[in-house]
Design a protein around this ligand. Structure first.
Ligand SMILES: [Zn+2]
Length: 227
């Protein structure tokens, strides 16, 4: 995979330089840590679903033949750098940034880390949190820069989640995702302490929405969605 740090032309809207490189490498470590560790699936309660090792890891890939290219890129573009997750100006499904800046799109997974739009950030109804979307062989992610306390550990769940969509996995909760070992559930417990009962109802599957996305189950799916 490679990582594109999108920024405004004044370079004030996202991490850059050594700080961004460090974040990228930390994120690789955190993502692979969860993949290697693979937690037991929490749902259904008292399940006997086997825990087996995951068979993929993330590796940064620069362009072949260019020893100085480690697969981390910086782009300054006031028109295409921003991510809007919700509202009338939502652009999460827009692929222009991928078409303009994607590198080795036919062989390498391209990750775009984008700032939330400043107009969204000042809105009281918009949450500029850690979010993302999978589009073909690329992923758009937003959130780290607007949340200075958010480390690469905090965004690793979103990252693995979106890559799950790239690998054609669907959300588990709302409909049949094609996997017998990811049960339907209400998806109303983000954390174990959200309300009474969540301590036993929260999912930890990486393709669910929750505070903990670190369980990969054995069954493969044939279906897919993207957000
Ligand atoms: Zn999703």
């Amino acid at each position: 995979m490679n990582v594109h740090w999108m920024n405004s032309s004044d370079s004030l809207s996202n991490y850059k330089g050594e700080e961004a490189v460090k974040f990228t490498k930390g994120l690789m470590h955190a993502v692979n840590y969860d993949l290697a560790k693979n937690a037991k699936m929490l749902l259904p309660r008292r399940n006997t679903t086997p825990l087996i090792p995951t068979q993929y890891r993330m590796v940064l890939a620069g362009r072949p033949g260019d020893a100085g290219d480690e697969g981390i890129y910086f782009h300054y573009d006031d028109e295409l750098c921003y991510y809007v997750h919700k509202g009338k100006n939502a652009n999460l499904f827009d692929r222009k940034v991928i078409q303009r800046y994607g590198i080795q799109l036919d062989t390498v997974l391209n990750i775009f880390i984008m700032p939330h739009h400043p107009d969204s950030v000042v809105s009281t109804t918009y949450q500029p949190g850690g979010v993302g979307v999978a589009l073909g062989a690329a992923v758009k992610i937003a959130g780290p820069y607007e949340n200075p306390k958010m480390t690469f550990w905090d965004i690793r769940g979103v990252f693995n989640h979106e890559i799950g969509h790239i690998y054609s996995l669907s959300h588990t909760w709302a409909y049949n995702d094609g996997c017998d070992d990811t049960p339907l559930h209400p998806q109303d417990c983000f954390g174990p302490n959200d309300r009474p009962g969540c301590d036993t109802l929260m999912s930890n599957n990486f393709i669910d929405y929750s505070a903990v996305q670190n369980a990969w189950t054995p069954v493969r799916s044939a279906k897919s969605t993207s957000e």
